[in-house]
Write a protein that binds this ligand. Structure first.
Ligand code: BG6
Length: 300
């Protein structure tokens, strides 16, 4: 059984990995694989007790990404929607490596968002330094209205000591992809770098990203292998010096300590028919000296 306190649920994986999930936003705030090195970043100025969404970990962005559209049902929402700002229900289970959380409309949500919905989020540790997160969105409506939404896992990855965002490389998986650059007022372009890295302020939305890729953390032995389904877009974000300093909940020099890689469905809205469920899935494998780094996807 998982360990539960007022604000968090703690998981233990079969091989000794650990994860902590805040009830606030069902935000995974810690993932420590078997080598004992924390892989997620959480700002020391942010609390799992709120009142603001957790600045770090893996906040769930739902039902809209970025500034909310000005039309109903989104017009009363704030940036990235409300899922990250509400306390989710932990569904007690027996497996110490699995936690299930749910969110349904409550009085506060109904004040700002009318559609009916059911969110279920499953967090699972499996052997081999793996963290899996599955988001199920159900449209329980009996009317004919589709449930319209975007979804994204706003994952903040902690870099090892001595590694900067500019040392991080993503294999050639993003090369040739179309993107919108939010730093440059949504300017569109095609990624022409052979290998992506984080230089300066970075805020790009890539469409049709691959279902799997590998990230390496500079000369360190650490990295991550990503696998997704139904999360076909990828946001790469790092606020760099100025924006980081302007964020009240970001710790000093926070930008140096993480990169955000955010898989989602954000290039348009999903229209989910009544009675249907949509599932977005992410599998993260922590790579370290114990698990040698693959050179590229072909080697996986
Ligand atoms: C990213 C967006 O997903 O989240 C950025 O692309 C945004 O534009 C960043 O600045 C952080 O957003 P927030 O609402 O958590 O400060």
């Amino acid at each position: 059984m998982a360990e539960v306190d007022d604000h968090t649920v703690k998981l233990k994986g079969p091989g000794g990995a650990a994860a902590t999930i805040a009830l606030l936003g069902a935000t995974v705030v810690s993932f420590i694989p078997e080598d004992g090195e924390e892989r997620l970043f959480k700002s020391s100025k942010s609390s799992v007790a709120g009142p603001k969404p957790v600045r770090g970990g893996i906040p769930i962005v739902w039902p809209c990404f970025g500034p909310a559209p000005k039309e109903p049902p989104f017009d009363k929402l704030t940036q990235h929607g409300f899922a990250r700002s509400h306390v989710w229900k932990y569904e007690q289970g027996n497996d110490p490596a699995v936690a299930v959380f749910t969110l349904e409309p409550n009085a506060d949500i109904k004040k700002v968002y009318a559609p009916d919905f059911r969110l279920k989020y499953t967090v699972k540790l499996t052997a081999g330094d793996v963290l899996e997160t599955t988001l199920d969105v159900t449209n329980p409506s009996t009317a004919s209205d589709p449930l319209k939404f975007q979804a994204l896992l706003h994952s903040y990855f902690r870099l090892p000591e001595g590694t900067l965002p500019s040392d991080v490389t993503i294999d050639d998986s993003l090369t040739g992809l179309r993107y919108k650059d939010k730093v440059l007022n949504f300017q569109e372009g095609t990624e022409d770098r052979k290998s992506f890295t984080f230089v300066d302020e970075t805020d790009r939305v890539y469409a049709d990203a691959p279902k799997s890729f590998v990230v390496k953390y500079g000369k360190s032995q650490q990295g991550l292998k990503f696998e997704f389904s139904n999360l076909g877009d990828l946001v790469t974000w790092n606020p760099h010096v100025e924006k980081s300093a302007s964020m009240a909940d970001m710790e000093e020099d926070g930008w140096k300590k993480f990169i955000c890689l955010e898989p989602g469905h954000v290039h348009d809205f999903i229209n989910l028919q009544p009675g249907q469920t949509w599932t977005g899935f992410q599998r993260l494998t922590a790579l370290s000296a114990r698990l040698s780094l693959p050179a590229n996807n072909a080697a996986l």
